[in-house]
Design a protein around this ligand. Structure first.
Ligand code: BT5
Length: 248
């Protein structure tokens, strides 16, 4: 793997590690410069949000993290996972030829099934770790949930999902969308996110931190990256964090 253009200084490939996010979080504490990319052939404890697990048998996925130091003010960091997810979805369309959407806040879907997940964490020295897991070669019997899918199952051509070339393509798109974040985020980036967001307009069930559940229709993604929900029978509510289920 060679480091592509952009802010990426180096790409480190590890055979086995608990979690690439954990590695970069520790490196950030040690004061490592941003721009480092860590890829794992296998993660023994891939992390999702809220102590959930990201399951990916050896060599069936692209699992990596990047360390950045966004110059955008913290008030716009809500857009970080959204625009990173947008970059992944754009890569799947441009590089692999599949129609991918983003599910707020951190999933990438094909045909409403999860093909990629993102975990963004604020770390030492104003850093942000963006962890990305993409199911590339996962076969049907190995899917961790019924709502998961993989690029191979969606009919992607084998050469397009070669993990080294996919990584290079994702890093290029990520570089562009993170530059948009640092510029504002730009109106173009926010519009591109809204266009690709399959949560927008959907009837959803949301569990917010603390456990409260809200049912309603997603009316908008606000400029602060929160969801604007038309709560069934109870007016409008902004939700900045939570787990979303798309209802039929
Ligand atoms: C995520 O969390 O989707 C974030 C996943 C981030 C993984 C990357 S891999 C590289 C980097 N290093 C890490 O340690 N993590 C990052 P969340 O929204 O909480 O979703 C987790 C849920 O997705 C699980 O509870 C499962 O239901 C489901 N899931 C687990 N593995 C999956 C897979 N391979 N494909 C689709 N869904 C999966």
């Amino acid at each position: 793997v060679t480091a592509p253009q952009g802010p990426w200084r180096a790409v480190e490939v590890l055979d086995e590690v608990d979690s690439t996010n954990r590695v970069l979080r520790d490196r950030a504490v040690d004061g490592v410069e941003p721009g480092l990319v860590v890829v794992a052939e296998h993660q023994t404890h891939g992390r999702g949000r809220l102590d959930r697990l990201w399951e990916s048998p050896r060599s069936t996925g692209l699992t990596f993290s990047v360390l950045l130091r966004p110059s955008a003010p913290r008030s716009s960091w809500g857009w970080l996972p959204l625009l990173a997810g947008l970059a992944v979805a754009e890569t799947l369309t441009d590089h692999v030829g599949l129609d991918a959407t983003v599910k707020w806040p951190n999933d990438v879907l094909i045909d409403d099934r999860k093909v990629a997940g993102l975990l963004v964490e604020a770390v030492a020295h104003d850093g942000a770790v963006i962890g990305i897991g993409v199911n590339t070669h996962l076969e049907a019997e190995a899917l961790p949930t019924p709502v998961a899918t993989s690029l191979i199952l969606e009919g992607a051509p084998a050469d397009a999902i070669n993990r080294a070339s996919l990584l290079t393509a994702v890093l290029l798109h990520l570089h562009e969308r993170m530059a948009d974040l640092d510029r504002g985020p730009t109106a173009e980036a926010m519009a591109a996110y809204r266009m690709r967001c399959s949560t927008l307009g959907r009837h959803v069930d949301i569990t917010v931190p603390g456990g409260q559940r809200i049912r309603g229709t997603v009316a908008d993604i606000a400029d602060d990256a929160s969801l604007v929900i038309d709560v069934d029978g109870h007016g409008v509510r902004h939700v900045a964090a939570g787990d979303v289920v798309h209802l039929r």
